[in-house]
Each structure stands twice: as structure tokens, then as C-alpha cells.
Ligand binder design. Structure first.
Ligand SMILES: C[S@@+](CC[C@H](N)C(=O)[O-])C[C@H]1O[C@@H](n2cnc3c(N)ncnc32)[C@H](O)[C@@H]1O
Length: 198
């Protein structure tokens, strides 16, 4: 089976929704958002043009905020923390950067919209093991932050998608994304339909 597009959607319960912070860790764990951006979108010497990363930030002062980073439009970027501190501060203060947008869409509205056109997979240790299912085309993967998805959010997401697991070991959200990209890359290679560029 080939994968033409893939999306990751991180629920950040505390991620700050303004640019008044000194470092990402203290900005409601925006460092997790940064790590997930890197593992979603970057290859060695390349950007995954077929991947979109989304985070919904629910921290103060003005939640929710949907941050979208589109591999198709991203350029002039590196993977280091300094680069992304600048880009996230720009985005959170309403200034544009190629491939990076923010809007006021809530997690629930965003997920509902995506579920109209794409299969939704909710990552959780207790879900069905990913090795036992065949992932559908153009998947959207939902992940929690360092604390995990709030129960209410998980229940909502499961109205639209299936709960899947990478096993009983609790990984960082960014590590889960690396594993999923790897699995999808291999499935895509097997079908000879890789669409990314370098
Ligand atoms: C750092 S983990 C949080 C783990 C935490 N124990 C919890 O209550 O979910 C962040 C997110 O990564 C995903 N995750 C971590 N390990 C996983 C696994 N083994 N299988 C599926 N998803 C996982 C989940 O979406 C989780 O919300």
C-alpha cells in the first residue's frame, strides 16, 4: 500500500499561545512541539514534503491555537532549537513564516474536519498493536503531550478514529512519530510509491 500524505496532530494541554517566554520548556512544554516538528518533517538533508504537522496549544493566554507546519511549503529552516524558537515566536506573534500558520481552530473542530477525508489513529499504549492492523491511506495520527491525552479528549477523538499502540513501552511523542514515519516509509517503499523529495 502507498502513502501519499501523512499528518500528525499533537494535543498540547499547556503550550503557550503567545510569544512572551524565554525558553520553550518553560512555555508550557513547547519543547515537545519543537521535537515533534523535527521528527515529523525532517530527513537527513531533506524535508518530508508529504507530511503536515499540527499542534493545538491549549495554554495561556488565548487558547486554543492551531499551529500548522506544512512540509510542502517549508523552506529556509534547520533543525536546531534556536531556529525553531525564532519561528515559533514569529508564528505566535502573528508574523508569517513559509509553511507555518496559526489559527483559532480548536482540537475538536480540527479533528472533526480531518476525519471527513482521512482515517484517524489515536496513539495510546493500550490500543491495538500497530503490527496487527493495515494502516489506511493518508493517515492522521493523534498524540498526547508529556502527560498524555486528557481522558475527555481521547474519548472525543475515538468517536472519529481507532486507538493504536506501539507496544507497552511509554515513548516520547516525538519518538512515536519517528517510528510511524519509519513504518510508513517501509510500506511505501514496498509498494514503490514514495512521493517525498530530497
Ligand atoms: C510521553 S507520552 C505520554 C505517556 C503517558 N504515560 C500517558 O499517560 O499517555 C506522549 C504520547 O505519546 C504517545 N505514546 C507514547 N508511548 C506510546 C506507545 N507505546 N504506543 C502508542 N502511543 C504512545 C501517546 O499518544 C502519548 O499521549
Amino acid at each position: 500500500m502507498g502513502f501519499t500524505l501523512r499528518e500528525f496532530l499533537l494535543y498540547s494541554r499547556l503550550g503557550k499561545t503567545d510569544s512572551h517566554w524565554l525558553n520553550m520548556h518553560e512555555a508550557g512544554r513547547l519543547d515537545i512541539v519543537y521535537e515533534c516538528i523535527v521528527t515529523s518533517l525532517f530527513l537527513s538533508h531533506g524535508i518530508r514534503r508529504d507530511v503536515t504537522f499540527n499542534a493545538v496549544l491549549n495554554g495561556p493566554p488565548a487558547p486554543p491555537l492551531h499551529l500548522q507546519v506544512s512540509g510542502a511549503q517549508l523552506y529556509d529552516v534547520r533543525t536546531d532549537i534556536g531556529t525553531w524558537e525564532v519561528i515559533l515566536k514569529k508564528a505566535l506573534s502573528g508574523r508569517p513564516h513559509p509553511g507555518v500558520t496559526v489559527n483559532k481552530t480548536s482540537f475538536e473542530t480540527l479533528l472533526k474536519t480531518k476525519a471527513e477525508t482521512a482515517p484517524i489513529y489515536v496513539l495510546e499504549e493500550g490500543g491495538k498493536n500497530v503490527s496487527e492492523i493495515e494502516l489506511e491511506l493518508n493517515p492522521v495520527f493523534v498524540l498526547g503531550d508529556h502527560v498524555g491525552l486528557p481522558k475527555k479528549v481521547e474519548v472525543f477523538a475515538l468517536r472519529f478514529g481507532e486507538k493504536i499502540s506501539l507496544g507497552k513501552t511509554p515513548y516520547l511523542a516525538a519518538s512515536c512519530i519517528t517510528v510511524l514515519n519509519y513504518l510508513l516509509d517501509n510500506q511505501t517503499k514496498a509498494s514503490g510509491e514514495r512521493s517525498g523529495d530530497f
